[in-house]
Design a binder for this molecule. Structure first.
Ligand code: C2O
Length: 550
């Protein structure tokens, strides 16, 4: 591979959406941010210079960071923030991955506007395991708030209440004509008839899973989270925050001048977060040279896609189950066949008492919180990776993250009333090369909502998924160890569970959290500490000299 250099200046830029101008934190003045292009095997050197008053870190979401944990980016997990006026060079190599990922800020809510695509092409002369596309187009879904998002989340954290929902969803930063005064802010994809396009879909929204569809066109899913999948056709894609999906779009052979609507709107897994707004863009066929006067005059009506109902869980589950590893000779699914350690984690919301000198606006004057195994993660004052590497964990973190919920969990169809939440900075320590099986069980406490769990530093295999209580005696016999989806983010369904497996072959400290940003803010997060192995290629090297200090 080669070395590719990028310079990311974090700076303010006025951006106008929904008829309002907002001073926006951007990379190089661009929103959404610039695209990173690399080939499998390339090294990336991304020089980040912070010119704003906020502390910043950037994360390369889904990049495995093999023995390069210092470049992973979550604030206070692998690094201290880049402060105003400081510079940090993220230095990592893309190993064994090709496809679509994305980068985003990993501190507070800055990723609302600090995000952009990562396009990883196959090695030179290597081809895709599907027809070579005529053109490739990144499509980034996002959310736009008229107000300043840092103010919104800081106030919500102060009062313990839920933060305001966004004012619009966006396609490549543009809301589209269904929103107030946004007709001119519409994403347009110009296509030629009879060609294959590769759409690189990225959900960079903060808090919503999305359905996406293009009127009168079928999409072929070929990749998820930068791993090839068994191709399948669908009218609608479901994509959670933190997930990426590559789809092939075959344009119709004889449709000069036609225009079709593409649309994205939330999948709402519970009654809590109702939201019916829709972002739309246009698929515009170019005038074809063979078009006759007759077809030119025949203006087709603008067709709208039919999206599933907002709460169509049956569609969602069918769709999720269709995603299977390609599991070919060239792209095998290396599912761990044996398990060294088993974990059972509950994920969901909770309440903590309002601090004495505060008034809280959560239910019963409490503060809304979120937890894994009844532990709500407290951000440490220095980065965990630093504390681990230099043997300074005392007073920073403890290694007693529970393997099972602190209060026994039983889901009976209605959310249990167990609201017990403890706070702490707790981690699980894993010896190098531990084979882990982790069952994630949604609690549905306070809000019935699915949780897109994201693991840093690894891909995992989704070996099982079900509803109600996970049954350790019956469910494992049904696990798929042949061609399960291999990904970095999976939605734990509301009132259900998923089982994942991964091999802890990457020494470092690896964050795991709900990719709904509000749940991360509330503490639905934890970290795995993976110890060095014995071999020289099994150790984490020391930090770079420019690693920011706290
Ligand atoms: Cu895309 Cu830890 O996040």
């Amino acid at each position: 591979g080669i070395t590719r250099h990028y310079k990311f200046n974090i700076k303010l830029q006025n951006v106008t959406r929904l008829c309002q101008t907002k001073s926006t934190v951007t990379v190089n003045g661009q929103f959404p941010g610039p695209r990173i292009i690399a080939r499998e095997g390339d090294r990336l050197l991304i020089k980040v210079v912070n010119h704003v008053q906020y502390n910043v870190t950037l994360h390369w979401h889904g990049v495995r960071q093999l023995r390069s944990g210092w470049a992973d980016g979550p604030a206070y997990i692998t690094q201290c923030p880049i402060q105003t006026g400081q510079t940090y060079v993220y230095n990592f190599t893309i190993t064994g991955q090709r496809g679509t990922l994305f980068w985003h800020a990993h501190i507070s809510w800055l990723r609302a506007t600090l995000h952009g695509p990562i396009v990883i092409l196959p090695k030179r002369h290597a081809s895709y395991p599907f027809p070579q596309p005529f053109k490739e187009v990144p499509i980034v879904f996002g959310e736009w708030w008229k107000a300043d998002t840092e103010t919104i989340i800081n106030q919500a954290m102060q009062t313990g209440s839920a933060p305001n929902v966004s004012d619009a969803y966006t396609i490549n930063g543009l809301p589209g004509p269904l929103y107030n005064c946004s007709a001119k802010d519409t994403f347009k994809l110009k296509v030629k008839p009879g060609k294959t396009y590769l759409l690189r879909l990225i959900n960079a929204a903060l808090n919503d899973e999305l359905f996406f569809s293009i009127a009168n066109h079928t999409l072929t899913v070929v990749e998820a989270d930068a791993v090839y999948v068994k191709p399948f056709q669908t009218k609608t894609v479901l994509i959670t925050p933190g997930q990426t999906t590559n789809v092939l779009l075959r344009t119709k052979s004889k449709l000069p001048n036609a225009t079709f609507i593409m649309a994205a709107r939330p999948y709402v897994s519970g009654p809590a977060a109702f939201d019916n707004t829709t972002t739309t863009g246009l698929l515009e066929y170019e005038k074809s040279s063979v078009s006759t006067a007759k077809t030119k005059n025949k203006k087709l009506p603008l067709l709208k896609p039919v999206l599933p109902q907002l709460n169509d869980t049956s569609f969602a589950i069918k769709y999720i189950r269709k995603i299977r590893s390609l599991a070919s000779e060239k792209f095998p699914a290396n599912v761990p066949k044996t398990v060294d350690r088993r974990f059972f984690f509950t994920v969901g919301l909770g309440l903590i008492p309002c601090p004495q000198n505060q008034t809280c606006q959560g239910p019963n004057n409490a503060k809304l919180t979120a937890a894994i195994n009844n532990v709500s993660f407290v951000q440490p004052s220095i980065a965990l990776l630093q504390a681990h590497f230099f043997n300074q964990s005392k007073g920073v973190f403890t290694t007693d993250f529970p393997s099972n919920p602190l209060v026994k969990f039983n889901y009976t169809g209605t959310p249990p009333s167990n609201l017990f939440v403890k706070t702490g900075t707790k981690v699980v320590v894993l010896p190098f090369n531990t084979s882990v099986e982790l069952v994630l069980q949604d609690t549905s406490i306070i809000a019935a909502e699915s949780h897109p769990l994201h693991l840093h530093g690894f891909n995992f295999f989704v070996v099982g998924l079900g509803f109600g209580n996970f049954d350790p005696n019956k469910d494992p016999s049904k696990f798929n160890l042949v061609d399960p989806a291999e990904r970095n983010t999976i939605s734990v369904p509301s009132g259900g569970w998923v089982a994942i497996r991964f091999l802890a072959d990457n020494p470092g400290v690896w964050f795991m959290h709900c990719h709904l940003e509000v749940h991360t803010s509330w503490g639905l997060k934890m970290a795995w500490v993976v110890m060095d192995g014995k071999g020289p290629k099994q150790k984490l090297p020391p930090p770079p000299s420019d690693l920011p200090k706290c």
